[in-house]
Design a protein around this ligand. Structure first.
Ligand SMILES: C[S@@+](CC[C@H](N)C(=O)[O-])C[C@H]1O[C@@H](n2cnc3c(N)ncnc32)[C@H](O)[C@@H]1O
Length: 347
C-alpha cells in the first residue's frame, strides 16, 4: 500500500506526523504561517507550501501528489476566517469559509480518501451538512466520529470531530484503545526547572516567567484545586466578586494521576487555565505541552540557536492535532486502502 497525503492547514505537523507514523507518505503541507516550515519539514519530511488555501488550485495538489497510486487529502480547516483573501475583501462574516475551501479542493481533485479533524461542535453547524452532503454527492462514503483523545493514548482530555470519506467503500476509524496515559507518565521524567527558566539540553523545556504574586499563588495551589484554595488576599479582584466565583477553571495545577486538561495555544500561562505543573511552582513548559499533545520527546520545533517565542510556539503546539490521534486516523486509512487494494474509485 503506497498512499500519499497532502495536509492542508498543516501547522507544525501534528496530523502529518501521525499519518507518517502510520506509514503514509506526506508529500506536502500547506499553511500561511511561515513558522510551520521548520517543524513540518524536519519532523515529517513533507515539503512546506507557504500559501493561503484560498489560493491553492487543483493543479497544485495534482502536482504535489505526482503519480501516487493512492491519494489522501487531509486537513483541519480552522473556523477563524484568517485568510489573506478574506482580509483583502473584508468578508470576515463567514466563519467556516476555510472549510468551504477544503471542500472545493476535495471535489476538484477527488482523492481516494479525504480526512478532516476539527472541533466537536462543527457537527452541529449547517456548513458541516453542506460539506458531507457534497462529498456524498460526489460518490464518497462519509463517516464521522466525536472522539475523546484520551481513548487514543493522548494524555489529555480533548474532544474532537474526525471525518473519514472514501471513494473505495465504507471506511471506519480504528476503535478506541482506552488506555489512559497520565500526566505523570507523559512529563514526570523531565528535568525540574523554575518559572522563567529553560533546560540547558532542551530549550523547548522552558517555563514562562511568573510575577511575584503569581509565584505566591501557585505555591498556595494544590494539584486539581483552584484559586478557591488561596487566601483571599491572593485572589484576583474578579474572583472576589460573586460573579467571578463561577469560574474555577483558571489558575489550577494539573494532577499527576490524570490526563491533562485540553492543551490550548495559551497553555504556557498559569492564569490561562489549569496549566500549573503538578508539583513545581510554575506553568507547564512548552516541551511538557508538546508531550501532553502526544508529540514525541525529540520533536523539533526550534531551529538550532532559535530563541523561544512562547506565543508562536504555544500556537503551534496548542493548535496541533495530537499526533497519536493522527496516527489512529492514518492507521485506519492504511487498513482501508489495504482492504481495497486494486479497487477503482467509484464516483
Ligand atoms: C488547527 S491549526 C492546524 C494544525 C495542524 N493540522 C497540526 O496538526 O499541527 C490551523 C492552521 O491553519 C492555518 N491557516 C489559517 N488560515 C489559513 C489559510 N487561509 N490558508 C492556509 N492556512 C491557514 C493556521 O496558520 C494554522 O496553522
Amino acid at each position: 500500500m503506497d498512499a500519499t497525503a497532502i495536509d492542508l492547514f498543516c501547522g507544525a505537523g501534528g496530523l502529518a506526523y501521525g499519518l507518517k507514523s502510520a506509514g503514509l507518505t506526506v508529500a506536502a503541507g500547506v499553511d500561511l504561517d511561515p513558522a510551520c516550515k521548520f517543524p513540518l519539514e524536519t519532523n515529517t519530511g513533507a515539503v512546506f507550501q507557504e500559501l493561503d488555501v484560498t489560493d491553492v488550485a487543483a493543479e497544485h495538489l495534482n502536482t504535489w501528489f505526482g503519480d501516487a497510486p493512492r491519494r489522501v487529502l487531509a486537513g483541519c480547516a480552522p473556523c477563524q476566517p484568517f485568510s489573506t483573501y478574506s482580509q483583502s475583501r473584508k468578508s470576515k462574516d463567514d466563519r467556516w469559509m476555510l472549510l468551504r475551501q477544503f471542500k472545493r479542493l476535495a471535489l476538484e481533485v477527488l482523492p481516494d480518501v479525504v480526512t478532516m479533524e476539527n472541533v466537536a461542535g462543527l457537527a452541529k453547524q449547517d456548513v458541516w451538512t453542506e460539506f458531507t452532503d457534497a462529498l456524498e454527492a460526489a460518490g464518497y462514503h462519509v463517516k464521522a466520529w466525536e472522539v475523546d483523545c484520551t481513548d487514543y493514548g493522548v494524555p489529555q482530555r480533548r474532544k474532537r470531530l474526525v471525518m473519514l470519506a472514501s471513494l473505495l467503500g465504507p471506511i471506519e476509524l480504528d476503535k478506541p484503545q482506552r488506555v489512559d496515559v497520565s500526566v505523570k507518565q507523559a512529563i514526570g521524567h523531565l528535568e525540574s526547572i523554575p518559572a522563567g527558566a529553560s533546560a540547558i539540553d532542551d530549550p523547548l523545556h522552558s517555563a514562562s516567567v511568573l510575577s511575584p504574586k503569581n509565584l505566591e499563588r501557585i505555591a498556595a495551589s494544590t494539584a486539581g484545586g483552584t484559586w478557591r484554595d488561596w487566601p483571599v488576599e491572593l485572589r484576583a479582584p474578579c474572583h472576589r466578586r460573586p460573579t467571578g466565583k463561577t469560574y474555577p477553571s483558571v489558575y489550577g495545577r494539573m494532577e499527576w494521576s490524570k490526563p491533562a486538561p485540553t492543551i490550548t495555544t495559551q497553555c504556557y500561562g498559569f492564569g490561562n487555565g489549569r496549566f500549573g505543573h503538578p508539583e513545581q511552582d510554575r506553568a507547564i513548559s512548552l516541551r511538557e505541552a508538546a508531550l501532553l499533545q502526544s508529540f514525541p520527546k525529540e520533536y523539533a520545533f526550534l531551529k538550532p540557536g532559535e530563541l523561544v517565542n512562547f506565543t508562536r510556539l504555544g500556537t503551534l503546539i496548542g493548535n496541533a492535532v495530537p499526533p497519536k490521534l493522527g496516527e489512529a486516523i492514518g492507521a485506519s486509512i492504511r487498513r482501508h486502502l489495504e482492504a481495497h487494494a486494486g479497487a477503482l474509485p467509484v464516483y
